[in-house]
Design a protein around this ligand. Structure first.
Ligand SMILES: Nc1ncnc2c1ncn2[C@@H]1O[C@H](COP(=O)(O)OP(=O)(O)OP(=O)(O)O)[C@@H](O)[C@H]1O
Length: 632
């Protein structure tokens, strides 16, 4: 069990002390001098008010004792000089601590990003993960950045604590009553603040839920795919209403807990009045009774004022530290949970080093490439999280080395789910998938993904050049010859070669100034080229021709043998005649393989496949090249 897990309380949060220790450990790791700077600043911040208070006392004492003017000026001058130097050092330390918070925050932002980039795909899809990620971001950046302010809050807390102890020790020499006048209300307010904070912690997850929905609507507003439907089907009013409703809900919760803090602050102000007035009355009473010199009155009232200030600062920083601790708990839970990968090994930070170079990638990608793989599914089943019915049920099949498999079936039969299982993006909830006789979970993520080249139904091209997209690499090791070859095979080279920058043309018109946009079919050809470039022993194509025009589709079918040569391939298609060139067809229905064999065998069987083929045959005919075309 990791140390982090041990520190976590059973209710899934961390203690205040644990969060404090974690903060300073993380700070120390990045900037070892930070703790020293915070302590130095605290000492100076405690000392300066005392020097300030000492100054008028020194003058009054000098006047009372009739010391020489020169000596008095000297004493006052030294004190003012020390004060000025102290203030200078204080400002410098303050600036240093603030400056060092930027990199501290940046580092966590990077860790959060990596966390989302590196978790297993099924985790990324899960609602819980997305809710947690949102809650952390919302927590950390609700007002100012918690991470940016953390050390400053700790410094204020330290200064206030040390100040309160020191000023109380000075005051107690004069009177315990004055100390009690400061401490008793402070303890009462502390108790009230703790209650307000508990109320805040209780309501915050509810507010997070509402703000998560608002975030979703915001994302919808920027989403180009959904943007079309939102406009055409006039869904703007519906989205705005959701946003408005959730905003009101979230604001309602925030108002509730802020009201709690407000009530405590009112009590605090009332106690402040009683405390200040009480102390002054008490000291005036002492002077009247001849128990206090005027210089002492000046000195002790100043110390009492500093004591009160320290007390208020302590209560305020304690409240902020409470909130900080709550936010840290969420951050730590998020950073250290979801660690376990379905692949061999865990998702640790050392795996997440920033790597833009291509060498490691090239080595990993081609280490296992070469021989085609054999894939064996033994009693494989899969149920989506939160679903009661399995989508894939007890599949037993072996895809032999170099075999060309066609996976067919009606909408919702489970074809894409099965592809995701083969890809390792989902893990079977029942049974095992063996690759070359080795269970899936024995592979590391790197090893496993290097075995596969996939074209999914929905693909996002990244704002890089065409060549970089094909090679999935931004390094300098791109094999340009192969990029062109793959673009030719997938039928996109003609278009690319007509562009002024050819394969160096950047994609992403919405992000890059000189980026271009491709049509749906052109994108699909590019995804195909990318899968071919990877040269992996297994090729998975989930409806790779769905967006292609008949000519492009025909071209892909004609080149299919060339493309998949030496690899095991799975090809999903709704055009049944297009699966003729495959060695075996698997017909999936309700998550199980109900028929399998070659096209001719299945037609002879006269079962479900033959029935579907006949229905399609009414609308398509097969041309002389063996390719389907729509009947006129
Ligand atoms: N992320 C998900 N969470 C829960 N259920 C899902 C999810 N994705 C798909 N499903 C369910 O699994 C079933 C199979 O979906 P899948 O996408 O695998 O079908 P398919 O055969 O590829 O369909 P199509 O031919 O329409 O692409 C669907 O009926 C759907 O309800």
């Amino acid at each position: 069990m990791s140390k982090e897990k041990i520190e976590m309380k059973t209710n899934g949060t961390y203690t205040f002390t644990s969060n404090a220790a974690w903060h300073w450990k993380e700070q120390f790791r990045r900037e070892p001098r930070m703790a020293a700077a915070v302590i130095a600043l605290s000492i100076i911040a405690v000392g300066l008010p005392l020097l300030n208070a000492r100054l008028p006392k020194q003058v009054l004492c000098g006047l009372e004792e009739h010391i020489e003017l020169k000596q008095l000026v000297q004493q006052v001058g030294i004190l003012i000089l020390i004060l000025a130097m102290g203030n200078m050092i204080k400002s410098a330390l303050d600036a240093y601590i603030k400056r060092m918070q930027g990199p501290f925050e940046d580092d966590f932002n990077l860790r959060m990003l990596k966390k989302r980039l590196y978790v297993d795909y099924n985790v990324l899809e899960s609602k819980k993960f997305n809710d947690d990620a949102h809650a952390v971001f919302d927590s950390l950046y609700r007002n100012n950045s918690v991470l940016r302010d953390g050390s400053m809050i700790w410094q204020r807390f330290l200064t206030a604590t040390a100040g309160l102890v020191l000023y109380s020790a000075i005051l107690i020499r004069q009177s315990i009553v004055a100390v009690l006048l400061v401490w008793v209300p402070a303890l009462l307010i502390l108790g009230l603040k703790e209650r307000a904070a508990a109320f805040d912690r209780q309501l915050r997850p509810k507010a997070d839920k509402a703000s998560r929905k608002m975030k979703y609507v915001e994302e919808c507003a920027c989403d180009l795919t959904g943007g079309k439907d939102i406009r055409m089907y006039d869904l703007t009013g519906w989205l705005t209403a959701i946003f408005h409703r959730e905003q009101a809900t979230a604001d309602g919760y925030v108002k509730h807990w802020e009201n709690g803090y407000f009530a405590v602050n009112i009590c605090d102000a009332a106690f402040c009045f009683i405390r200040d007035f009480g102390i002054y009355l008490y000291f005036i009473w002492k002077i009247i009774n001849g128990n206090m010199a005027v210089s002492d009155f000046v000195w002790y009232t100043a110390v009492a004022a500093s004591c009160q200030e320290a007390c208020s600062a302590l209560l305020d920083s304690r409240e902020k530290l409470g909130r900080l601790s709550f936010d840290y708990s969420r951050l730590r839970q998020f950073l250290y949970s979801w660690e376990k990968s379905a692949f061999r090994g865990t998702i640790s930070e050392k795996d997440n080093s920033i790597n833009e170079k291509s060498e490691t990638k090239d080595k990993a990608a081609h280490k296992l490439a070469g021989d085609a793989v054999e894939i064996r599914l033994e009693h494989v089943g899969f149920t989506y999280p939160g679903s009661t019915k399995p989508t894939i049920k007890d599949i037993n099949v072996t895809l032999r080395q170099g075999e060309r498999i066609a996976l067919v079936g009606l909408n919702g039969a489970g074809k894409s789910t099965l592809v995701k299982l083969l890809c390792g993006l989902y893990r079977p909830t029942q049974g095992t998938i063996f690759i070359n006789g080795r269970p899936q979970e024995e592979y590391s993520k790197e090893e496993y993904f290097s075995l596969l080249a996939v074209v999914f139904q929905d693909v996002k091209l990244l704002p890089m050049t065409i060549a970089q997209n094909v090679a999935s690499d931004v390094g300098t090791h791109i094999d340009r010859e192969r990029v062109r070859e793959c673009l030719t095979l997938s039928g996109l080279w003609q278009k690319v070669s007509s562009l002024p920058q050819k394969e160096d043309t950047p994609l992403g018109a919405s992000i890059l100034d000189d980026g271009i946009a491709l049509s749906g079919g052109e994108n699909q050809k590019l995804w195909m080229a990318r899968a071919l470039y990877k040269n992996a022993p297994m090729l998975l194509l989930d409806e790779p021709t769905a967006a292609l025009d008949p000519l492009a589709e025909q071209q892909i079918y004609q080149k299919y043998m060339e493309m998949v040569e030496g690899r095991t391939s799975v090809f999903i298609s709704h055009r049944l005649a297009s699966t003729r060139f495959c060695d075996r067809i698997l017909l999936l229905e309700n998550g199980t393989i109900i028929e399998q064999g070659t096209h001719d065998e299945l037609i002879c069987l006269n079962g479900r496949y033959a029935q579907l083929f006949e229905i399609q045959g009414k609308y398509y005919r097969v041309n002389k090249d063996g390719v389907e075309e729509v009947c006129a």
